[in-house]
Design a protein around this ligand. Sequence first.
Ligand SMILES: Cc1cc2nc3c(=O)[nH]c(=O)nc-3n(C[C@H](O)[C@H](O)[C@H](O)COP(=O)(O)OP(=O)(O)OC[C@H]3O[C@@H](n4cnc5c(N)ncnc54)[C@H](O)[C@@H]3O)c2cc1C
Length: 283
Amino acid sequence: MKPAQFDYERPSSVAEALDLLRREDLFVKVLAGGQSLGPMLNLRLVQPDLLVDITGIPELKRAEPDSDGITLGACITNADIEDGRAPDVTGGVLPAIARGIAYRAVRNRGTIGGSLSHADPSADWVSGLAALGAEAIIRGGPQGDSGRRTLPIEDYMVGVFEAALEPGEILEAVRIPRLSARARWGYYKICRKTGEFAHAIGAVLYDPERSVCRAVIGATESTPLVVADAAFLFGDRPSDNLAATYDTAAAARLLDRKGMTDPFERQVHLAALRRAVDRASLQ
Ligand SMILES: Cc1cc2nc3c(=O)[nH]c(=O)nc-3n(C[C@H](O)[C@H](O)[C@H](O)COP(=O)(O)OP(=O)(O)OC[C@H]3O[C@@H](n4cnc5c(N)ncnc54)[C@H](O)[C@@H]3O)c2cc1C
């Protein structure tokens, strides 16, 4: 199928984009890499009057590292991260996640902001960035260009294919903390073929210098299960050898709380988290 007819604008600043998004007489949709929106347009699952292509906005392509972390503009592509054009402050975590997303052609165009805003539960950035303790920087809303608010990544995705965006807002950037040299990280994505969306994701971050111990069970049927203080998964004694104290029964209780009852789903998600813990312990 072909998309229904739409108009197209390519603003050169966030302010211009927000002006277009405020048009109440039109159904306006943001276009980033088009890797998810493109198929949805072709299938006519979405029929906007106007597409606002944000990929020509320099502010959304910035990558600004500082002593605490990095701010990545929403239009940084997966390939920018994979290839190191966006500096890495995570000791290789970000490029490794990017490399596991889809295929090179998709990574060349797909953006970090598009992935988060599409809010597919099985997408990699939703879970990976939640495990890193990243934040979403949202711009616009009633205050227009000067309106800005920040949310933890886990609160940016509010449901299946639903991001916490109010009318007239866009995701401007993602703020990612710098990991210390002692940080231990594990990420494991279970999928049928390399480059496919995940069936289950496990992620764990232990960064003792920053007193951080986080875990994520992702690619569930809705939002990922994010554990901001995951020490209890390690008998309250997390160490560099996380696998030594890892408590599978505690992880299973998390799934109970999430209401995950299907035995296969439980098994595959527990396996993903277990393997992430093993990877973190091998560093
Ligand atoms: C074959 C294939 C395999 C894939 N495999 C994977 C995979 O294994 N793992 C994975 O994580 N992803 C995967 N993807 C998805 C891919 O990562 C896309 O990059 C991502 O879903 C959308 O990013 P995009 O920049 O193309 O956004 P678009 O498709 O342009 O937009 C997606 C949605 O987000 C909105 N949007 C985009 N940017 C913003 C913004 N800054 N502010 C507000 N709203 C915004 C759009 O309006 C639209 O609703 C795959 C895609 C394909 C086609």
